[in-house]
Write a protein that binds this ligand. Sequence first.
Ligand code: PEP
Length: 250
Amino acid sequence: TEKNTPLIAGNWKMNGLATALGELRSMAEAAAGGLAASVDLAICPPATLVAAAAAAAGDSGLSIGGQDCHTAASGAHTGDISAEMLADSGARWVIVGHSERRADHGESDALVRAKAEAAWRAGLIAIVCVGETEAERKAGKALDVVGAQLAGSVPDGADGARLVVAYEPVWAIGTGLTPTVDDVAEMHSYMRKDLQGRFGPSAASIRLLYGGSVKPGNAGELLSVDNVDGALVGGASLKASDFLAIAKAA
Ligand code: PEP
């Protein structure tokens, strides 16, 4: 099977004022300078910056995403943002089910699945996040937990054109810890087989990202693992130099 074009996606979380658009412009410049020819590049800034980021990125090849969306297109949901609003602001992607949303806002697999469906309704590509906690891995349950999250969070009809899955072990996010390459290989192969079992051969085109403390120093090793089609990068996506070094390792 052909290798998928790698995707390096940055998650800025609740970081970034308008001054951060300078970093984004540097990323866009590198994308337009040739980097985007071999790697898909995306930054998911806070919602307040999506429109400005999309304008700054222009047609550089760097694309912009949201970090969450509501399930409804509009309505009485004070403070929430719909997938349609993100698309209207220039977003192409939206992260759903990040472990921080699952933990801080009690998001269930069913809700994450409905959000992914909302993303599709709006024409966005959903980046669905899954991953076990440290206790779950220590108990030998990592594969089962992720399998259940995939079954519950990924909508029917998924294919590589509108779904990306990010495997993000909760204990590796923001900690500087990463799983061994063998553990990443095992999980990604498991996820590929699981998705193929459900969606058939078209699941080969679903990009499976690894996320959790990806840095310039470990990106090459993690990105070379079988069935790792890119990375979801938190802290190291805030600086253009780090993000671009990771993208160049892809
Ligand atoms: C994330 O939040 O998606 C993430 C992977 O964070 P970090 O790279 O900072 O561990």
